[in-house]
Design a protein around this ligand. Structure first.
Ligand SMILES: [Zn+2]
Length: 841
């Protein structure tokens, strides 16, 4: 197997907190650590389900203390999580979390692998998980990852024996890892993979347990530990001045979108590793016992080891370049290894070490972070040797594979800068995450190019190769072309260099809800990827809708400039929904993609191309009441959604909650997890309950059962539980069919529960006082009916409503039934006849 993965992920033990794209500039100590790693030939694969599941203490310990090649196989990219740093959700959050894992690995020294499984949201049981994922495909990807990475030891984060006790994705990751362990060495298992990789058999499989899996510290203390290894991961590294847990905390803190900032500790820290498969080591601290992790393990390795163990021993911290000639000799010998796997890995490692010892700096930059296929780019190349070693730049190879002879002797500390112009091929592929180029299913990404399966990101296709001669041996170094600029505040800034289409387009709103058949203007934004764009744009729409004018001219002179055009959408008379897509015609090409840029300091700048789609919904909806006060919780887009269907929504800060202010509103809606996150609300509950008594409606969305900051969440007894219905297709039974909330002003039917997304709801109450009327009943397969998803109680002249239904997910997805039901909740007691009791049962 030939992979470039190692090139991107080689760990140089670089703890220095540099921004994501800056080139590594290893110190003398870091080079020495890399030489130690070069002399260790053992590998560990850590397996779990999500970005942030991984135990960075153990990964860092294996990578930095043991010096093992250490990889984390995350089955998913975490699309189903929440984003605490920005608006991206779903596949764009998956892109961010992929990069957060890579940022974490740059710190803890691990590598990163994935499968095609998609994080579709919370799952209670592995049976459900493995039915939604394509089990065969995910298992095949786990087998492939093991065969390609060739770990001696696998460590599962989760216990395969405890389905139902944690997220179904978690248990599934352990079950699949265990199943794969018995398949990877079998030639008849997934035989098609064997054209790209070999069979492989790891020696041991462990489970990274802890007291948590035993229920309590006491139970864990009493448990039989004869099968457990104990590893002290609290080691200190003088080479970086950091303890291993401090490195692990820096790594974990990269999961910023999940709010997993972490503070390091010092001193002993025991990790427990339970043997599941293979033989139990007699030394209970050594997972590699009995496995040869020296150069002797490979044919022809012994003589290489003899050179390199001496390099390690004789390394001069004041003059790393003193090691170059011996390193070059070892490099030559490595090229003759028959074992392709180790040859590739060790070639990449030793080249980086030689370059670091020579103070070699090689860079190919451009002055824009993107260009289009067929355009010319001006490259700035920099190369410098900062050692007394004899190094010649023989030639360079440009991205089109053209060799340009140079023959320049690189004298010590003389900087060479030169320029090259490169014509990017007209058929050069655009840059985008490879797993998002085709539409997948709920549970799986569809990866067209099978050779990319498992890779963390799309390999860089535009590279420069520097062919050098170092001490009479030819060694070449390949560098991705990057964009470099100076920011007045941040200083040196790097971004990946990407190929984008000549135009991209989007409609400024992602979901448009129309509550009448009145026409509505929409804005289409067209962006030029190159200069001098000329063509026209049309909007594809459902048949019973109309969009005018039929087409408009597109003229953009400058690269990067936007043109904004207004179209008018005319909805049908009846309820209807569909998609709008701008289609930009340039010459005989039609462009239908939207260009999304993701810019955060902790990860490299991301460019993503997705189908440009806006959901349009013509709702058949009636409403009572106009003015809504919204008390924000942990963050949701419910206020914007309610504005879309014509409500006036004012955000109410806790300090604005007064009797006088409340009296202006027809209803007060409390945002998700407000009682978990907003401390001040405990002083406002009485005011809110008085408001209800005076005739107002108060709607409280879900809160988690733990960590409620108010004494009384409702004016009557109400107990939250962890009940949830995760199946968005679960049957919804209408319990109180005559209740006003199901009849006025909109007649709610089972049809209103079709096309929901991700889940029905969560943290439903499971006990409530008799004043509450449960409206709906639903449950996940195999569970008892849950009736707490929507509870309505009359209080004084108004209504208190508690709902764990996931309106916050359904609204942004344009689910019409969710809007109709919510309009009824807001309208409670506002019956025109002023005779609510008549309809109420
Ligand atoms: Zn997880």
């Amino acid at each position: 197997m030939k992979t470039r993965l190692h090139l991107l992920l080689l760990s140089l033990f670089s703890i220095t907190l540099i921004t994501a794209q800056q080139p590594k500039k290893p110190t003398s100590s870091e080079i020495h650590e890399s030489i130690k790693k070069l002399n260790f030939l053992g590998s560990v694969l850590y397996v779990a389900a999500h970005p942030d599941d991984e135990n960075t203490r153990l990964i860092s310990y294996m990578s930095n203390e043991i010096k093992a090649r250490t990889a984390y196989l995350s089955l998913t990219r975490g699309d189903g999580g929440q984003n605490l740093v920005g608006p991206e959700i779903r596949e764009l959050l998956g892109v961010i979390r992929t990069q957060e894992l890579l940022a974490a690995r740059r710190i803890d020294g691990g590598e990163q692998l994935f499968t095609r499984a998609n994080d579709f949201g919370y799952s209670k049981h592995p049976d459900e998980t493995l039915a939604i994922w394509n089990k065969e495909e995910v298992l095949s990807d786990v087998v492939l990852a093991i065969r390609q990475f060739q770990p001696d030891v696998i460590i599962n984060r989760f216990d395969h024996r405890s389905p139902g006790s944690t997220h179904g994705h978690h248990t599934s990751s352990a079950m699949l890892s265990l199943e794969a362990f018995d398949l990877v060495g079998d030639k008849n298992a997934y035989p098609k993979q064997l054209s790209r990789t070999d069979i492989w058999q790891p020696q041991r499989l462990f489970f990274n347990t802890s007291w948590w899996f035993y229920g309590s510290q006491e139970k864990f203390d009493d448990a039989d530990k004869s099968n457990l290894l104990e590893v002290d991961t609290g080691v200190y590294f003088p080479s970086s001045g950091l303890s291993n847990p401090e490195i692990a905390a820096l790594s974990r803190s990269q999961h910023k979108s999940q709010g997993f900032g972490s503070t390091g500790s010092r001193g002993a820290q025991i990790e427990y590793i339970e043997l599941i498969k293979g033989d139990l080591p007699t030394d209970k601290t050594n997972i590699f016992e009995g496995i040869d992790t020296s150069w002797n393990r490979i044919e022809g390795g012994k003589s290489i080891g003899e050179i390199l163990y001496d390099v390690q021993k004789n390394y001069d911290f004041k003059n790393p370049s003193g090691s170059i000639s011996e390193l070059v000799r070892a490099y030559k010998a490595i090229q003759n290894l028959k074992n392709e796997h180790w040859k590739n890995i060790k070639t990449t490692e030793i080249k980086d070490i030689i370059a670091a010892c020579a103070g070699l700096y090689l860079e190919a930059t451009v002055n824009s972070n993107h260009a289009t296929a067929g355009s010319n780019i001006d490259l700035n190349l920099e190369i410098i040797n900062r050692s007394a070693s004899k190094i010649i730049l023989s030639s360079i190879i440009n991205p089109n594979g053209i060799k340009i002879d140079k023959n320049i002797t690189l004298d010590n500390n003389i900087d060479f800068d030169f320029k090259e112009t490169v014509a990017i091929k007209t058929d050069q592929q655009v840059s985008t995450p490879y797993w998002l180029t085709k539409k997948g299913t709920l549970g799986m990404y569809d990866v067209e190019d099978k050779s990319l399966i498992g890779k963390p990101e799309t390999p860089r296709r535009l590279n420069i190769t520097f062919n050098l001669n170092i001490e009479n041996v030819d060694i070449s170094f390949t560098k991705a072309i990057v964009y470099k600029t100076n920011d007045p505040v941040k200083g040196e800034v790097y971004k990946p260099f990407e190929i984008i289409p000549e135009v991209s387009a989007k409609i400024s709103e992602k979901v448009i809800i129309l509550d009448t058949d009145k026409q509505r203007d929409i804005e289409v934004i067209i962006k030029a990827g190159r200069a001098n764009i000329e063509g026209f744009v049309q909007i594809a729409h459902p048949n019973n809708w109309n969009v005018l004018p039929e087409k408009q001219k597109v003229i953009i002179v400058t690269k990067g400039q936007e043109q904004r055009l207004i179209f008018t959408v005319i909805p049908p008379k009846e309820q209807s929904e569909g998609l709008l897509t701008p289609m930009v015609h340039i010459g005989d090409m039609i462009y239908t993609k939207e260009l999304i840029e993701i810019d955060y300091d902790h990860i490299p700048f991301q460019t993503v191309l997705l189908p440009s789609e806006t959901k349009i919904v013509r709702l058949d909806i009636k409403k009572r009441g106009q003015n809504i006060g919204y008390i924000e919780g942990a963050g949701d887009v419910v206020p914007e959604s309610l504005r879309q269907i014509g409500y006036n929504v004012a955000i109410l800060k806790p300090e604005d909650i007064s009797a006088e202010n409340l009296s202006r509103f027809d209803a007060i809606v409390v945002g998700i997890r407000a009682y978990n996150t907003v401390e001040e609300l405990k002083f406002k509950q009485e005011l809110l309950f008085d408001y209800i008594a005076q005739g107002g409606n108060m709607i409280v969305q879900y809160n988690t059962s733990r960590g409620i900051k108010v004494d009384q969440i409702a004016p009557y007894d109400l107990k939250l539980s962890r009940d949830r219905v995760t199946d968005e297709f679960a049957d919804v039974r209408l319990l109180s069919t005559n209740h006003e909330v199901l009849n006025f002003p909109n007649k709610i039917t089972p049809r209103d529960f079709e096309d929901w997304t991700q889940e029905r709801g969560l943290y439903f109450p499971d006990e409530w006082s008799s004043e509450f009327t449960p409206i709906l009943s639903m449950n996940d397969e195999g569970e008892t009916p849950k009736t707490g998803s929507l509870l309505v109680a009359k209080y004084g002249k108004g209504y208190y409503i508690y709902t764990g239904l996931s309106f916050f997910r359904e609204f942004p997805a344009g689910v019409s039934g969710a809007y109709r039901l919510f309009a009824n909740i807001l309208s409670l007691g506002k019956n025109d006849l002023n005779d609510a009791e008549q309809i109420k049962n």
